[in-house]
Design a protein around this ligand. Structure first.
Ligand SMILES: [Mn+2]
Length: 272
């Protein structure tokens, strides 16, 4: 059966696994001139081919978009002289390439949260449980405005750190931006409404006081909304909630890469 209807796909954390990405897109029947591909972020780092990955995604033009993950933001920071690459991230070829500056410029235009389709929200780590999807988009725009301004380097310098751990509308300046970046790119577990940055395991193995962010009741989230995220490889997509779709399934750690088709509500995955 053939179909000419354009589809919207969302891919989990790629982390420089270019060959895996291409195999998965082939498996799912992705047509680069017809369909739209979104990514949940962490396009680069740890895998062997971050340069090929970024060049391929860039070349998809308007048929690709992404939200930023913690590794993408760290790459942007390093491009601004903040921190230095670790050999384990395998970013040397990318950072030495003549296209590096333009690829960084391109990444700096990307949001932390976006709507890939009606009633769908995508962000790297998830949705903080006191934020509505609309609030998430507006907070993402606050960070985008900073990242696209002359103050970009200030943001990149101040985004590192674990505090504050609880959101308040009164947060301002560096603290506000740091919280928004952390919630969108590093969140996994919460203790009450406090972000916990230490625990990375599967929820079945976590301390009793911690809950995955998606198990904390969100009074601002309507039941017709679907949340799509990555970042949490040990979760292997097990959210036990069909409206919360976890796409990081640890390809770079030898497991799987996962792709979701929004129109068909269908998951595709390939084994590393
Ligand atoms: Mn991540």
């Amino acid at each position: 059966m053939t179909s000419s209807t354009a589809k919207t796909f969302v891919v989990g954390d790629i982390q420089g696994c270019y060959k895996g990405l291409r195999s998965l897109l082939k498996e799912a029947g992705f047509k680069p001139k017809r369909d739209k591909l979104w990514a949940v972020g962490d396009l680069v780092a740890r895998g062997p081919s971050s340069l090929d990955t970024l060049q391929y995604l860039y070349d998809l033009g308007e048929h690709f978009d992404t939200v930023l993950g913690n590794h993408d933001l760290h790459l942007i920071a390093m491009a601004h002289g903040i921190g230095s690459p670790k050999p384990v991230d395998k970013l040397e070829a990318l950072m030495k390439h003549k296209s590096f500056d333009s690829l960084i410029e391109w990444l700096m235009q990307k949001p932390l949260a976006a709507k890939p389709a009606k009633h769908h929200l995508i962000s790297h780590a998830g949705l903080y449980p006191t934020w509505s999807p609309k609030k998430a988009i507006s907070l993402s725009q606050e960070v985008e405005a900073q990242l696209q301004s002359k103050k970009a380097k200030d943001l990149l310098n101040t985004m590192y750190g674990n505090t504050p751990s609880v959101w308040s509308e009164e947060l301002c300046g560096e603290e506000r931006l740091r919280f928004v970046v952390n919630a969108f790119t590093r969140m996994r577990f919460l203790s009450g409404l406090a972000l916990d940055f230490k625990t990375k395991c599967h929820p079945s193995l976590s301390p009793e006081n911690l809950s995955p962010w998606f198990d904390v009741a969100n009074p601002k989230l309507k039941p017709n909304k679907t949340l799509i995220f990555g970042h949490w490889a040990s979760l292997m997509g097990e959210t036990k909630n069909p409206k919360v779709i976890g796409l990081d399934t640890g390809f770079v750690w030898g497991k799987q890469m996962t792709l979701y088709c929004i129109e068909d509500q269908q998951l595709f995955s390939i084994q590393a």
